[in-house]
Design a protein around this ligand. Structure first.
Ligand code: PAZ
Length: 313
C-alpha cells in the first residue's frame, strides 16, 4: 500500500482535528487587526509564534505531553518587532512568558504591590521602574493596535490558528513575516484514535503509539502565504549536528532563514543560517541588560527590508 503524500497528510490532520473554539471571534479580531495595520500606513506585520504545543492523550484531556519552551524568545522578539515599527500577531502558548512582562518578578508577582491604606495600592519602590515600563509599553502597543495576542494550548489549536493567520495575511504579501519560534510537537495522538475518557490506571504499563505531526512549513511556504518572509527555528541539544540540521531545513522548506540554537546556550547566541551564509548573533555580554533578541531582530528586520525591496523591483 502506498503511503500518504505530504498534502494528503496535512488535509487528513485538519479534517480529523477537533474544531477550533471561538473561530469566528479569532477571525474577526485577526481581520480587523490586519486591515487596520496594512491599509493606509502599510505597516509590516509579523506573526510571532511562541511557547510549546501540548499533545493531549485523552479527548477530555487530563494528561498530555508537553515540552520545555518558556516563551521567552517569542515574548522578547515581539517587543523588539514592535520597537522596530511592526504590528505583531503573537500566537502564544497560554501561561507562557508575555511581552513586556519579562522583567517583572513572577515569583511571586503579587509581592510587587503593597497597600499603604485601605483605598490605595502601591508598587514597592524596588519594582516601580519595571512595572511602569511594562504597563506603559504594553498599553501603547495595544492602544496603537500593534499587538494582537492569540493563545493556544494543543498542537491541534496551534496548527489551525497558524493556518488561519497565514491565510488571512496572504494579501499582505512580502510585507508580512512568519517568525516561528514556537516549539511544535513532532509526534501526536490522532484525535480519532484517542480515547475519550481519562486513561485508566491499574492495568500495567501504558502503550501509546504516536503518529508524526505532518510538516506544515512547506505548505505555509507554497500555499498559505507564499509571498511572506519566513523565518523558522531549529533547536538541538547536540551542538555537533545543529548547523547541519538547520542547513537541511533551509533547503527542504525553502524558508528565508533558519535560526539555529542549542538548548543550553540559546539565551547567549544563535546562528542565522541562510543562502547568504551563516551569521552568529550574540548577546552583548558587556551590557547586563542586553538580550540576544535585540541583535537578532535587528538582523532579521534588515533582511526583511531587502526582501521587500527585491520583491518590488
Ligand atoms: O521559548 P524559549 O525561549 O524557552 O526557547 C526558545 C526556543 C528554543 C523554543 C526557540 O528558539 C526554538 O528553537 N524554537 C523551535 C524549536 C524546534 O526546533 O522545534
Amino acid at each position: 500500500m502506498s503511503s500518504m503524500g505530504e498534502d494528503e497528510e496535512v488535509s487528513s490532520f485538519f479534517e480529523s482535528s477537533p474544531p477550533l473554539k471561538k473561530m469566528e471571534d479569532i477571525l474577526q479580531k485577526l481581520n480587523g487587526f490586519i486591515e487596520h495595520n496594512s491599509s493606509g500606513g502599510g505597516r509590516r506585520i509579523v506573526c510571532v509564534t511562541s511557547g510549546g504545543t501540548t499533545v493531549p492523550l485523552e479527548q477530555r484531556c487530563v494528561r498530555y505531553i508537553d515540552n520545555f519552551s518558556s516563551g521567552n524568545r517569542g515574548a522578547a522578539s515581539t517587543e523588539n518587532f514592535v520597537k522596530a515599527g511592526y504590528a505583531v500577531v503573537f500566537l502564544y502558548r497560554s501561561g507562557t512568558c508575555q511581552p513586556y512582562c519579562r522583567s517583572l518578578p513572577d515569583d511571586p508577582f503579587l509581592e510587587c504591590f503593597h497597600f499603604p491604606d485601605n483605598s490605595n495600592i502601591q508598587v514597592h519602590s524596588s519594582h516601580v521602574e519595571a512595572v511602569k515600563m511594562a504597563v506603559m509599553d504594553q498599553q501603547a502597543a495595544v492602544a496603537e493596535a500593534r499587538l494582537l495576542k492569540l493563545p493556544f494550548t494543543t498542537i491541534y489549536e496551534y496548527l489551525q490558528m497558524l493556518r488561519l493567520i497565514a491565510t488571512a495575511l496572504k494579501d499582505v504579501g512580502p510585507c508580512s513575516m512568519f517568525y516561528l519560534a514556537a516549539a511544535v510537537s513532532d509526534f501526536y495522538v490522532p484525535w480519532n484514535s484517542m480515547t475519550e475518557h481519562k486513561i485508566e490506571s491499574g492495568s500495567g504499563p501504558l502503550d501509546i503509539r504516536l503518529a508524526q505531526v505532518p510538516k506544515m512549513l512547506s505548505i505555509l511556504r507554497t500555499t498559505w502565504a507564499p509571498k511572506a518572509f519566513c523565518i523558522s527555528f531549529k533547536l538541538e541539544t547536540d551542538a555537533k549536528i545543529l548547523i547541519d540540521k538547520a542547513t537541511k531545513a533551509l533547503g527542504k522548506y525553502k524558508v528565508h532563514a533558519v535560526v539555529a540554537n542549542e538548548l543550553s546556550t540559546r539565551k547567549e547566541e544563535v546562528v542565522v543560517v541562510s543562502s547568504s551564509g551563516n551569521v552568529v548573533v550574540r548577546r552583548d555580554s558587556d551590557k547586563p541588560e542586553s538580550i540576544v533578541e535585540d541583535n537578532l531582530i535587528r538582523l532579521i528586520v534588515d533582511r526583511h527590508s531587502t526582501y521587500i525591496k527585491e520583491s518590488h523591483s
